[in-house]
Ligand binder design. Structure first.
Ligand code: C5P
Length: 399
């Protein structure tokens, strides 16, 4: 997969920059063309001579170099590669990327390129954990930048923790995976996914809601899109970045969510992962309800919300070919999920035990309940649950 590919390898300022030489060697050995770019910081750790000798190609360093601009130019350079790899990517360089700065050749080229980007961060553990870096990484990920590492372990400054540059072989494997054409079994299919909680207003400042981070639903939308589906993600209020390549519809209440789902039909696949509030207030107050000291609060009159999963599963004319619901249970997980599947009229139920720390957490232990029985999946990161579910969906409806 790597042979004949043009890989622009950007080396930035980190003590681990010496490992970039090994990466360049591996890539060349596999038949890739390595186009090296060195930042000022990177050049403090590896020499342009070493990088140029190993890459077998001229090192690009200077945005203002008349000679370099005359031969190739930074925009041409940006258009050249099949993949841009930043290894190592220092905290400063990642911050510049997140901000879209373009004050040297490497950052300018990254802003101008349309090629996919892989970064391999390397920094001290405290810098990696700093909220600024965490926010920068979230920004970059939400823009589709791929990340490999960092690993955990001993650092140059005799400290230990997460922040070590991924090993050259690992970066090489990530490059290979990115350059392999991924199968698109869901191409031409439309999937509607719900995610997050709904907010049901009590008055202009208060609401009823369920606990839901939207992590699992958003991951499912991303996984379906990665398999080639056109995805409409109807989401309640969450703090998740929009998954790449999906159309977002933002809603607040259950009734808005149902309307948005109905508007998105027809669909081949529907996955209802939202934690929809079962009840809303019968009539939300138009003004903030006043607290009267010493006086008991007025009881809230509740009304039943529409059940989106059940409504769509029983849709007379536009029922999607495969409807998947979720069942968050704290006891008798499988028994309750099996009855829920029958009651709601959906095809599959993904049942999860929420008696532990699943809510808002990174992992999920689920069972897939369908007409053919129950499958128990191991406890997995939510992304992997999503990838497996998308794969199963592709096997069921994919062309
Ligand atoms: O009945 P329960 O809330 O446990 O069912 C969970 C499943 O039903 C989830 O897939 C959820 O997204 C969906 N649901 C819905 N509309 C509701 C309540 C639940 O779509 N009003």
């Amino acid at each position: 997969m790597i042979s004949g590919k043009r890989i622009l390898l950007t080396v930035t300022g980190s003590v681990s920059a010496y490992k970039a030489l090994e990466l360049a060697r591996l890539l060349r050995k596999a038949g890739a063309r390595v186009i090296p770019v060195l930042t000022e910081g990177g050049a403090r750790f590896v020499t342009p001579h070493a990088l140029q000798a190993i890459a077998g190609e001229a090192v690009h360093e200077d945005l203002w170099s008349l000679a370099e601009e005359a031969t190739i130019g930074h925009i041409k350079l940006a258009r050249l590669p099949d993949l841009v790899v930043v290894a190592p990517a220092s905290a400063d360089f990642l911050a510049k990327m997140a901000l879209g700065l373009a004050d040297d050749l490497a950052t300018t080229m990254l802003l101008a390129t349309q090629a996919p980007i892989l970064v391999a961060p390397a920094m001290n553990w405290a810098m990696w954990a700093h909220p600024a870096t965490v926010a920068n990484m979230a920004t970059l990920r939400s823009r589709g930048v791929q990340v490999i590492g960092p690993g955990e372990g001993a650092m140059a400054e005799a400290e230990s923790g997460p922040g070590r540059l991924a090993e050259p072989a690992e970066i090489f494997a990530a490059i290979e995976a990115l350059l392999s054409p991924s199968p698109k079994p869901l191409a031409g299919k439309h999937a509607v996914v719900t995610s997050g909680p709904t907010h049901e207003p009590i008055d202009p400042v208060r609401y009823i809601a369920n606990r839901s981070s939207g992590k699992q639903g958003h991951a499912i939308a991303a996984a379906l899109a990665a398999l080639g589906a056109r995805v409409t993600l109807v989401s309640g209020p969450v703090h998740q970045p929009d998954p790449k390549g999906v159309s977002m519809v933002r809603v607040e209440s259950a009734r808005e969510m149902l309307a948005a789902v109905e508007a998105a039909l027809p669909a081949d696949i529907a996955v209802f992962a939202a934690a929809v509030a079962d009840w809303r207030t019968a009539a939300a107050a138009t003004q903030k309800m006043k607290k009267v000291p010493g006086q008991a609060p007025a009881p809230l009159e509740l009304a039943l919300n529409p059940d989106i999963l059940s409504t769509i599963s029983h849709h007379a004319t536009q029922r999607p070919g495969l409807v998947v619901g979720f069942a968050a249970e704290t006891e008798n997980v499988i028994e309750n999920a099996t009855t829920k599947r029958a009651r709601k009229g959906c095809d599959w139920i993904v049942a999860n035990d929420v008696s532990g720390d699943v809510m808002g957490g990174a992992e999920n232990a689920v069972h897939l309940v369908s007409a053919s029985g129950v499958e128990d999946w191991p406890r997995l990161p939510k992304d992997e649950v999503a990838a497996r579910l998308a794969q199963r969906i592709a096997e069921a409806v994919g062309g």
